[in-house]
Design a protein around this ligand. Structure first.
Ligand SMILES: Cc1cc2nc3c(=O)[nH]c(=O)nc-3n(C[C@H](O)[C@H](O)[C@H](O)COP(=O)(O)OP(=O)(O)OC[C@H]3O[C@@H](n4cnc5c(N)ncnc54)[C@H](O)[C@@H]3O)c2cc1C
Length: 402
């Protein structure tokens, strides 16, 4: 493996170009256009990405971050790249479906996103701010970080494997932001630990329309509690649907859900989710080209990083988005919280780099925000799981707070 050294240093390197990292980059740029930023991301924009429901009020956040981003996003919506979400229908406290209509939301309709495309649109907006060449987006994999106290440069050296090649590039920065999602790739290398407060897994399968598929007009997110977990399905653009099953990693159903036959057998036991799939004649498909149609599996529990950030006066690192704090998908607040936190982090760093004398201490300000968000989330999560008393068994017992 050969290494190419890059002499160029940046004020900030952000690892991860999902909602958190992109919001941080855009907010940095907005608050201090002189800051030089490198955004590093390894996502394949053609691959399926889970996490599709965008609440309606997220649109305000996009307008705030970048009017150009919002224009591109609305163009995508007009072209059918993303789909409107007409509301939620949940069989949760009772076996009956209860509806929440998007029309009663003052912010209007949410969306079911082509998630990979949405994230790419965010990264394009970050790259688009390069007019003064202040923000560079690099497609590569972060794999190592070193701290340097060299007199000519104090900060971080970051090693990046260039996408599609074995070449390693190095970059330097004063500040490092870990926005790499649940992997918390940077923070873990720096000795921080992810504390998991539960063991929820999400098994997801894609379904696609076939020649015999009845047109699917159901724009709702359908949610259904089950004996050992809970399900949701959402319609996706291009005639697809995602079906997701959540259970604990030690539940017997988790073993079944790893294979297509087991997943479909569990799906058959649901009342509403299976009906949506059967009524419209969907067929299970692979999540990527040349792959078998089998369920994907991802961690979906609540977790938080300890410590979420460190300060070294002249340089430091911090984590944002899922890398700092990840939520149960029941909350549907992952993306909006990641973007809000990205904005706070970007703005605070921009002010710090501008040397504003009266800036409240960056670390304590951010820590207070993190603690507030986590505490509100834990209360709400407890409230929602406590609503389900019609099932007994290890999964629901593990969720009740009483
Ligand atoms: C099953 C499930 C369903 C969900 N549904 C929803 C939903 O409907 N609505 C919602 O709002 N939220 C949902 N979420 C949560 C939401 O997806 C996350 O909260 C959100 O993606 C967090 O954004 P992020 O930017 O912190 O991380 P991510 O979106 O994970 O982005 C991290 C980025 O970092 C990159 N990266 C990682 N490691 C490296 C590395 N070493 N080098 C370079 N790049 C790297 C990744 O490729 C990725 O692009 C769901 C989550 C799960 C598990």
């Amino acid at each position: 493996m050969s290494t190419h050294s890059h002499a160029s240093g940046y004020d900030v390197i952000i690892v991860g170009g999902g909602p958190a990292g992109c919001a941080a980059a855009l907010s940095l740029r907005k608050s201090n256009p002189d800051v030089t930023t490198l955004l590093l991301d390894d996502a394949d924009p053609a691959a399926f990405k889970i996490g599709e429901s965008l609440p309606a009020d997220a649109k305000n956040m996009l307008v705030y971050l970048s009017p150009t981003l919002y224009t591109d996003f609305t163009k995508d919506i007009a072209e059918g790249v993303h789909m409107p979400c007409s509301g939620n229908a949940s069989a949760w406290e009772t076996p009956d479906l209860r509806e929440t209509y998007a029309v009663s939301n003052p912010f209007g309709m949410g969306l079911h996103l082509d998630r990979a495309r949405f994230d790419q649109c965010l990264r394009d907006a970050v790259a688009g701010t390069t007019a003064g060449s202040q923000c560079t987006v690099v497609h590569g994999v972060f794999n190592k970080v070193e701290k340097t106290e060299a007199p000519e440069y104090q900060g971080w050296i970051v090693y990046v494997r260039r996408y599609g090649s074995g070449e390693t590039d190095t970059y330097r920065a004063k500040w490092l932001v870990d926005a790499s999602g649940r992997k918390a790739s940077v923070a873990r290398k720096l000795g921080a630990k992810t504390i998991k407060t539960d063991a929820l897994l999400a098994f997801h399968m894609l379904f696609s329309a076939t020649a015999s598929t009845q047109h699917d007009h159901d724009g709702r997110t359908v949610i259904e509690a089950a004996t050992a977990g809970w399900w949701y399905t959402a319609q996706l653009p291009r005639g697809r649907r995602v079906v997701v099953y959540h259970t604990n990693d030690d539940d017997a159903s988790a073993k079944l859900a790893r294979k297509q036959a087991g997943f479909l057998a569990l799906l058959d036991e649901t009342k509403y989710i299976s009906r949506v799939i059967a009524e419209h004649g969907y067929e299970a498909v692979a999540e990527g080209h040349g792959k078998e149609p089998r369920p994907g599996c991802t961690a979906a529990g609540s977790s938080h990083l300890v410590p979420p950030m460190e300060d070294r006066l002249t340089h430091g690192w911090l984590a944002v988005g899922d890398a700092a704090m990840a939520f149960d998908p029941l909350s549907s607040q992952g993306m909006i919280t990641a973007m809000k936190m990205g904005c706070v982090v970007g703005d605070a760093l921009a002010r710090r780099l501008r040397g504003e004398p009266d800036v409240e201490d960056l670390v304590s300000q951010l820590l207070r925000t993190y603690i507030r968000v986590r505490s509100r989330y834990e209360d709400e999560k407890g409230y929602f799981y406590d609503q389900v008393s019609r099932f007994t068994g290890p999964f629901w017992e593990s969720k009740t707070t009483a």
